[in-house]
Design a protein around this ligand. Structure first.
Ligand code: NAD
Length: 368
């Protein structure tokens, strides 16, 4: 049995319970400390999830036993905290997006490379049973040659449920930066990198009204970012992609993700989950057929941290890499810029498709 990799967590807010819960299920991870600007939050999470030590960010980074630090801070702090983690000589895995600006993400990648450390970023939902089953079907030729992909994430914004929805309507917010990482990461994991994009964006409402019945009801929020983004893009493989992300749509009946091949079409499950269903439809079929999953759905956020830990011990590449997260950040910016500039943009960041997960992994393991 190899040594477990000791992990520290910075940022103990809303999403952190998901990570604490699921990381405890992986054999190679040992979460030993957590920190937050708000010490009470760190202490509360430590008690809730049995983390041995709640401490300051500085103390966590000074702990020589910690190898990977998981950064669950707010998007605006992601790059700065990642740089701190790397400067402390530790591998860094961050929630999405990898950074707000490309230049900040690039700096993180460069520092990691210079120090020989790993970086990675969410989402890791593409490692779940649903999307890994889709990956296997594609790799096994079930749809023939993939020729097109569509992705739709549309709704009417978070002001009906989120306690403080303001940031969704600031620069760096909007539906593409909020939800695009799930859709684009899944598409790149399934279809490979993107080489060219164009897009159109709209800002349909100058202000939004909070309809959450409990808090700030009726308050107006000014809108400073596009809220409907339609993107068209070429994968390096030659397949054509379409994506719409919107906070302006009341209702729709578009599927989340579909991949169309020369031989069949594939219905990909919600990329914001680790689950199925996966469905296939071949020429002549009168309906979609659900396909049994080849990989486990009983996994959750933090799976990519476990993959990074195994990669460290085995000396192999990790799947949810900084390069993948940066490519997705590059695409999200490019859709907005292409619209503003009225042209196609070549994408300079490239990334390999992350390796497919093997079939038949024991629960809690990620050995290849
Ligand atoms: N909440 C969700 O449902 C959800 C889902 C998926 C992804 N995410 C992502 O997870 C990240 C965190 O989201 P959240 O909802 O948990 O936010 P949150 O505001 O609830 O928690 C963030 C925590 O980070 C702390 N923090 C901020 N800057 C810090 C710094 N420099 N050093 C130490 N601590 C710092 C804050 O005090 C806060 O406790 C975001 O990037 C978000 O996009 C959230």
């Amino acid at each position: 049995m190899r040594d477990r990799v000791r992990v520290g967590v910075i940022g103990c807010g809303n999403i952190s319970p998901q990570y604490f819960k699921w990381m405890a299920t992986f054999r190679d991870l040992d979460v030993v400390a957590c920190a937050d600007l708000d010490g009470d939050k760190a202490r509360a999470r430590a008690v809730e999830f049995g983390v041995p030590r709640a401490c300051s960010v500085d103390d966590l980074l000074a702990d020589a036993a910690i190898e990977i630090v998981l950064n669950l801070t707010v998007p605006a702090a992601h790059a700065a905290v990642n740089l701190q983690i790397l400067q402390a000589g530790k591998h860094a895995y961050t929630e999405k997006p990898f950074a707000v600006e490309r230049a900040d993400g690039q700096q993180v990648l460069e520092l990691a490379a210079a120090k020989g450390l790993l970086t990675g970023g969410a989402p890791d939902t593409f490692l779940g049973g649903g999307i890994q089953t889709c990956r296997k079907l594609i790799d096994d030729g079930a749809i023939g040659q993939p020729i097109a992909a569509t992705a739709f994430m549309m709704g009417h914004g978070p002001e009906g449920w989120h306690p403080n929805p303001d940031f969704y309507y600031q620069k760096g917010g909007g539906p593409m930066f909020d939800m695009g990482p799930y859709y684009l990461t899944a598409l790149v994991a399934l279809m490979g990198p993107v080489r060219r994009v164009t897009g159109c964006t709209g800002t349909s409402f100058a202000e939004r009204t909070i309809t959450n019945p409990k808090l700030r009801t009726g308050e107006k929020i000014p809108v400073h970012t596009p809220t409907h983004i339609a993107g068209v893009f070429d994968f390096a493989s030659g397949a054509v992609g379409t994506i719409i992300t919107s906070f302006d749509v009341w209702a729709h009946s578009c599927p989340r993700i579909e991949i169309h091949g020369t031989e069949a079409s594939l219905s990909v499950p919600d990329p914001n989950t680790f689950r199925g269903p996966v469905r296939l439809r071949r020429p002549g079929d009168s309906d979609w057929t659900e396909v049994p999953l080849t990989h486990s759905e009983e996994v959750g956020r933090g799976m990519a941290v476990a993959d990074m830990a195994v990669a460290l011990r085995q000396g192999r590449p990790h799947r949810a890499s900084g390069g993948l997260a940066f490519h997705v950040l590059d695409l999200m910016h490019a859709f907005h810029e292409a619209s503003a500039q009225g042209q196609h943009l070549e994408i300079r960041s490239g990334v390999e498709r992350p390796a497919a997960l093997p079939v038949g992994l024991e629960p809690g393991t990620l050995d290849d």
